[in-house]
Design a protein. Structure first.
Length: 80
């Protein structure tokens, strides 16, 4: 039982280290920082959203798809 508890404590410490790393990275990343300010997700969620968005955009580019802004979309609070 002592080994299992020791392992859980070790994993908890590592998890906290990763949380701090993600939080710092999100604060330094402009899209993540803006997302956290506008809609309220935390650093982990903001980082995940930005990373997933980048993957989707890259996949679209590889397929030769174009990026188009939908009619009526808003950017930075101004109608386009």
């Amino acid at each position: 039982m002592g080994d299992a508890l020791s392992e859980l404590i070790h994993l908890d410490v590592r998890s906290q280290q990763y949380d701090r790393y993600i939080e710092q990275a999100a604060k330094e990343d402009t899209p993540s920082r803006q997302l956290m300010q506008r809609s309220g997700p935390g650093p982990t969620m903001a980082s995940a959203i930005v990373a997933k968005s980048a993957r989707i955009c890259w996949a679209m580019l590889q397929r030769g798809e174009e990026f188009k802004v939908p009619a009526g979309a808003r950017r930075h609070g101004v109608n386009t």
